[in-house]
Design a protein around this ligand. Sequence first.
Ligand SMILES: Cc1ncc(COP(=O)(O)O)c(C=O)c1O
Length: 484
Amino acid sequence: MQTLQKDPGAYLYSQVIDLISDNIESGALRPGDRLPSLRKMSQSAGVSIPTVRQAYIELERQRRIESRPQSGFYVRPQAANQLVDPAPSSASLAPCMHCRPLMERVYDGINDPRLVPLGIANPCMAKPAAKSLHRAMKRVMARTEERAIGYASTLGEPALRRQIAYHYLDSIGAQVDPEHIAITNGGQEALLLALKAVASTGDVIAVETPTYHGLLELIDSLGMLAVEVETCPEEGVTLSELRRTLEQHDVKVCMFATTLGNPLGVTMPEHDRRKLIDLLEEFDATLIEDDVYGDLRFDGVRPVPAQFLRKSKRIITCGSFSKTAAPGYRMGWVVSEQYIDRIARFKRAFSCSSGLLQQLTLADFLATGDYARHLKVLRPILKTNADRMSALVAEHFPATTRTSRPVGASVLWLELPESVDAIQLFDDAIAAGISIAPGAIFSPSERYANFIRLSYGHPWSERTEDALRWLGKRAGELSQLGRG
Ligand SMILES: Cc1ncc(COP(=O)(O)O)c(C=O)c1O
């Protein structure tokens, strides 16, 4: 191992970090190798034990090393089939919709009920709450009669806004004023209203890469430009990359799903979410946080949206019941103190208000505790589906396929061998009766040509397993063809 040449201008612990990193990069320390003990390292480097400990802890946080109980620290093996951090690339501005025709074909597949639905992110359909929602709707109809078929107010039914505020209090201890909540037609309209409230045509919007394709369609339809920020498959947006992007471009808004993203299924650690707020304040940018999956972490520990970590008027939070309860109800919401009046103005202009019957039904569903009970049942089913899908991918897809390790929600992100054309795989799958989402639609630039997203948000069945076996086999054939 190389030795420490002390530099009086740098912190000692960061010099130890550099020393270990250099040794890993040169191959002197290889995955699985044990690092010198704290005492040994302190003696050989001529620094104190606490300094070495601090360096090791930071390297562990960076996931370069891992501690094993009663054994010490080891260089972290890069799991053979786990997605790796993307190499930083210089971000460039892109109009979003280079692949509009492909997107349209993906939606055709999603909307075709004959296909095995691996193309749509639809977590709640793994255990539909149709019966209890039906009972709630019947109660509402009996209670309210004509009122339920009338117009709702622009910002939405007070009972539902109160229930959403209560849900934040109950799940994360956040105090939200129902007056700062606007009910929308799904998460998609929530994102639209939030974006309209803070940005205009020509503005630059930073997005994660890969990101939710609906966001790209939205940015494009408003005549805005997207800039991609590298996103780590385990920790979300890479803050150093975000800083670089903010330095290079006049970014007006960041649209990130830091609580639980699509398609990576990753939660940004809370300390990074706090740093993100500081960074955006430094560069005078607004954060629109897409929190539609926040209730669906497998472990049930709800990540706290940035807006509730630190009071900042520059953060707008968007939520939805589409992923957790009823996508067809088209019920979402926006939370913002600063922009609620502008949001109300745009809401009135675009759609007047959202469906009252669905709002009253969901208010009842939350108030009776049925929503909380439903989530408790849904999460472990999603986790089991995720495990089953990962296992089948490992068994049937080409050996070098890498997969995400989602911590919640309903999708798996796969990097296939480079020689596989994922659009070809998508076309072949449709012909074989399976819908999938090709990677290209998750980026405004031409990336992810050999990636696909698969959904496990449906009741698991033989049909699902057969579809995965078929996809794995076809991906193998395409990888051979691509090489030839
Ligand atoms: C990350 C993300 N945000 C927002 C939405 C839109 O949700 P909704 O169906 O409530 O409009 C989706 C739907 O797929 C999504 O995946």
